[in-house]
Design a protein around this ligand. Structure first.
Ligand code: UGA
Length: 454
């Protein structure tokens, strides 16, 4: 159980990946947690102990904390401040029409917290902005909204911190339980100290490296981290294109060699079909927008985005040239989620690839172990969705591995050969054993590999 003081209870506004995982984790540690989610369907599911997202370990723990009465979900902030001392704002900040992050939900959450504070007897609640926002937002947007709605002054009637989140989808719970760092941004040392103490109690006895800084630095650390991860991916994807143009290049080996340099490190150097998801592309755009709005150079951000898109389109070009045109050809798309372990298709490579295949006249069949329903909502009925990978491959002229689900890596060459009309594979995620497939008489093009067979 907990050592130290975690206060009376915690409020969390927004039950996305960050908010829901945080809520469930806090509740599992014995903290009474109230999660506010304006989407009634989502809130209803949480109240019944049903996870609205596909995330390893979350359904079981959610069920337990709801049953134990440690987690409550509701649609309004209401009297929440009578029962909690700390409120985390974890609402979404999607990209707006001009590339700037849309802060509507952050503003709305700030106003609701401020209004709740105006009638609350809680002396100095701590408000923590975990949503990813551009530098300056917490101090210049969130603070004045809360001050105006509450009639209280920051640093006196309430405390305010920025505290970015670094969890990854697919391992959200694990990452929340074991963060690699804690970043706290605050103007007042008392505010930072309170959040620091909270985390010390929460993660006791382990000590997590903690950096206390200004709000703008904390906000920027989050955006810069995701932009840097995206940079690494686009860099290795550019190298993968160069590998394909060499006599015997293999980007996997090049990445391994690069990763041996401790100044570079081995992570996020997996070449493939680029980065997707709700964070890397969005945060990169937010940083680009911020730089552009201050008249700064955006060419590096533009290049990262451009390479990412080109990497996906290259696969379609390759498919077209291998099949001598795509019109009427049956293409099996294996994997729709933006990465394995999630049902999330936001900015997934699959969406762009499928759009392009359809535009060029291909008949597309798609499989994914988790994301079929979400993909259907985005793509619609122009694709045949298959629950079994065999149905997807049946009669196909080409199969493209778009998401590196382990079950695709385990596909048996003889099964592939017997099911497909034309045994040709584009391995966009580099998970298949190229040599084995060639030996079995299958033509394969692997991204980042000199491909004599295809
Ligand atoms: C990312 C960050 O990794 C988290 O630290 C951060 O908290 C989160 O965004 C966020 O801002 O909320 P996530 O979007 O879950 O997490 O996914 P990643 O694991 O970072 O993968 C992003 C994309 O990059 C995926 O499409 C993945 O396939 C791709 N990727 C990743 C590569 O193509 N190569 C790699 O080497 C690594």
């Amino acid at each position: 159980m907990l050592a130290g003081d975690l206060g009376r209870g915690i409020g969390v506004i927004g039950a996305g990946y960050v908010g829901l995982t945080l809520s469930v984790f806090l509740a599992s540690k014995g903290v009474r947690t109230i999660c506010v989610e304006k989407d009634e369907v989502k809130a209803g599911k949480i109240m019944r102990g049903v996870s609205p997202i596909h995330e390893q370990g979350l359904p079981e723990l959610l069920q337990r904390v709801v049953r134990d009465g440690m987690l409550e979900a509701r649609t309004e902030v209401g009297d929440m401040l009578e029962r909690v001392d700390t409120v985390f704002i974890t609402v979404g900040t999607p990209t707006g029409s001009d590339g700037a992050p849309d802060l509507t939900q952050v503003k709305e959450a700030s106003r609701q917290v401020g209004e709740a504070m105006s009638t609350s007897r809680t002396a100095t609640p701590l408000i923590v902005v975990k949503s990813t926002v551009p530098p300056g937002t917490t101090w210049h947007v969130v603070r004045p909204i809360i001050e105006e709605a509450s009639g209280r002054a920051c640093g006196d009637g309430f405390h305010l911190c920025v505290n970015p989140e670094f969890l990854r989808e697919g391992s959200a719970l694990q990452d929340t339980m074991n963060p690699d760092r804690i970043i706290i941004g605050a103007k007042h040392s008392e505010a930072a100290e309170r959040l620091k103490k909270f985390y010390e109690a929460l993660y006791h006895p382990s000590k997590i490296p903690t950096l206390v800084t200004t709000p703008a630095n904390a906000e920027l650390i989050k955006l810069a981290t995701n932009a840097y991860l995206a940079l690494k991916i686009s860099f290795i994807n550019l190298i993968s294109q160069i590998c394909e143009a060499t006599e015997d290049g293999d980007v996997g080996v090049v990445a391994e060699g690069l990763g041996l340099d401790p100044r570079i490190g081995p992570l996020f150097l997996r070449a493939g079909l680029g980065f997707g998801g709700s964070c890397l592309p969005k945060d990169l755009r937010a940083l680009r927008w911020f730089a552009a709005s201050r008249g700064l150079d955006t060419s590096l951000f533009d290049a990262i985005i451009g390479i990412n898109r080109a990497q996906r389109l290259r696969v379609v070009e390759k498919a077209e040239s291998k099949l001598g045109g795509l019109a009427g050809k049956r293409v099996a798309v294996l994997g729709l989620a933006f990465k394995p372990g999630t049902d999330d298709v936001r900015e997934a490579a699959s969406l762009e690839i499928i759009r392009e295949l359809l535009a060029r006249g291909a008949e597309v069949r798609a499989h994914d172990p988790a994301a079929l329903d979400n993909a259907r909502q985005v793509i619609g009925e122009s694709v045949i969705y298959c629950h079994r990978v065999e149905d997807c491959l049946n009669g196909a002229d080409l199969a493209i591995i778009v998401t590196e689900w382990p079950e695709y890596a385990a596909l048996d060459p003889s099964t592939l050969k017997s099911l497909m009309r034309n045994p040709l594979i584009i391995d966009g995620r580099r998970i298949l054993n190229t040599r084995r497939l060639i030996e079995a008489g299958i033509r394969i093009h692997t991204v980042g590999l000199h491909n004599p067979s295809a």
